[in-house]
Design a protein around this ligand. Structure first.
Ligand SMILES: Cc1cc2nc3c(=O)[nH]c(=O)nc-3n(C[C@H](O)[C@H](O)[C@H](O)COP(=O)(O)OP(=O)(O)OC[C@H]3O[C@@H](n4cnc5c(N)ncnc54)[C@H](O)[C@@H]3O)c2cc1C
Length: 387
């Protein structure tokens, strides 16, 4: 089948959908979105921590800092308006020794520079008032942070986008882009449908948005042979436990992050295994902190984006949070989910770039955390870049 569109988006994760939603909200309706899976948001967007990050961790002036701070506000407003379960719980970054206490100072300054107010260091005693089960020396308190149901968010974004589209079927599932022919001022996308009558599609578009997540580097390579980046995958594993009378937390609890240097010289900021309560409605539909609490993710480098094997022993999860959560016992832990994240080697910012040879194509590369939080701001950023 042959079709022509103004805008084509590859990828129906949270970012492809946020871009589609933004364009459609602005009245651009001549859009097609192609998603290879039989559902939207089933890869990174469906296997994360569900944390609404505040934006205090990222270097001032980076896209990550700016879009996260803006995205947090947009995300709370979207969730509130559209009934997506969420809660502004706040976050604690906890220090258990003097060295870590010194580190906290750096993040107060960073938060201030990134435009966040009321981020402060609180004593171990004050921590106890907020979270009675924690034993720490002191902590950074970030009131803007929260938790939300990312799967409901993705499905709501899809429904809102589809409702604005004249032909909602053009937000297509089970349709994989397998080849791209860039031309002077257009692109032809060749896509294979994996369900129904399994037809092949040949779609022409003027503007192409590559939001293919773990595969965005491969899509970029179909267009541009001179890509100056190298891809990298990290597998994040989780364990979880259920709240009990003497064992609960109500907010996000993180250790002080560590800069990890990889054997090949690459690096990334490891946030460390953190505690994230899940969010869920009670029997009256009111959103509250659910009984399940996640520990993780703990990351390992993998070379295949579908390598979901579990390799980290539960004792590692227990030991990483045990020092500040003494009432936790190892036997309370049970296996949680696993998610793979796509990075660009040695980059510590989002990479949203126009293709060097074909400027009507925008690549979203290495859209790691906090891209879920920042998704609506990223949607606006991409739409503004094009319009
Ligand atoms: C373990 C983990 C924890 C995280 N925790 C958080 C968190 O707490 N807070 C936060 O803000 N962020 C978090 N993130 C990051 C966040 O989940 C991602 O940044 C975000 O989901 C990226 O969205 P995306 O749309 O770019 O990618 P994806 O969700 O991966 O979507 C890309 C889509 O493109 C499709 N696609 C790929 N190739 C093709 C093709 N050839 N044709 C058609 N479709 C194609 C894929 O099927 C996929 O659905 C976490 C990520 C992980 C893995």
């Amino acid at each position: 089948m042959n079709y022509r569109f103004s805008i084509a988006i590859i990828g129906g994760g949270v970012l492809g959908l946020a871009v589609a939603y933004t364009f459609l909200s602005r009245g651009f309706k001549d859009i097609v979105l192609l998603e290879k899976n039989n559902g939207f948001g089933l890869e990174q967007s469906g296997s994360n921590s569900g944390v609404i990050h505040a934006g205090f961790l990222y270097e001032t002036g980076t896209l990550m800092a700016k879009l996260c701070v803006e995205g947090t506000e947009l995300l709370y407003a979207f969730c509130e308006k559209n009934g997506v379960p969420h809660k502004q719980t706040g976050k604690l970054m906890v220090a258990t020794n003097e060295e870590q206490e010194k580190e906290l100072q750096k993040y107060v300054k960073l938060a201030e520079n990134n435009g966040l107010q009321d981020v402060s260091i609180i004593s171990g005693k004050e921590v106890k008032k907020l979270e009675p089960c924690l034993e720490v020396k002191s902590a950074l308190h970030i009131p803007q942070s929260g938790i939300f149901d990312s799967s409901t968010y993705v499905s709501t974004l899809y429904k809102k986008a589809a409702a604005m589209h004249d032909t909602p079927d053009m937000l297509m599932k089970s349709c994989e882009v397998v080849r791209i022919e860039p031309k002077q001022d257009r692109f032809t996308l060749h896509a294979e449908q994996s369900r129904g009558d399994k037809q092949n599609w040949h779609l022409d578009c003027e503007i192409l948005i590559n939001a293919a997540g773990l595969y965005s580097w491969d899509i970029a390579k179909m267009i541009s042979l001179k890509l100056p980046y190298e891809k990298q995958y990290l597998r994040g594993e989780y364990y979880q436990f259920n709240r009990r009378d003497n064992l609960f937390i109500n907010m996000n609890v993180y250790p002080v992050p560590i800069l990890v240097i990889l054997p090949d010289g690459g690096h990334f900021l490891d946030l460390g295994a953190h505690l994230t309560p899940k969010v869920g409605p009670d029997e009256r539909g009111k959103t509250l902190v659910a009984k399940e609490i996640l520990i993780g993710p703990i990351f390992t480098e993998v070379h295949n984006p579908e390598d979901f094997r579990s390799t980290i022993d539960q004792s590692v999860f227990y030991q990483s949070v045990g020092p500040f959560l003494p009432s936790l016992k190892e036997e309370y832990l049970y296996k949680g989910h696993t998610g793979i994240i796509g990075l660009i080697k040695d980059q510590t910012d989002f990479i949203i770039l126009r293709d060097e040879s074909y400027p009507n194509c925008i690549h979203l590369l290495g859209m790691e955390s906090p891209a879920l939080t920042a998704s609506l701001a990223i949607g606006k950023f991409v739409a503004n870049t094009i319009s």
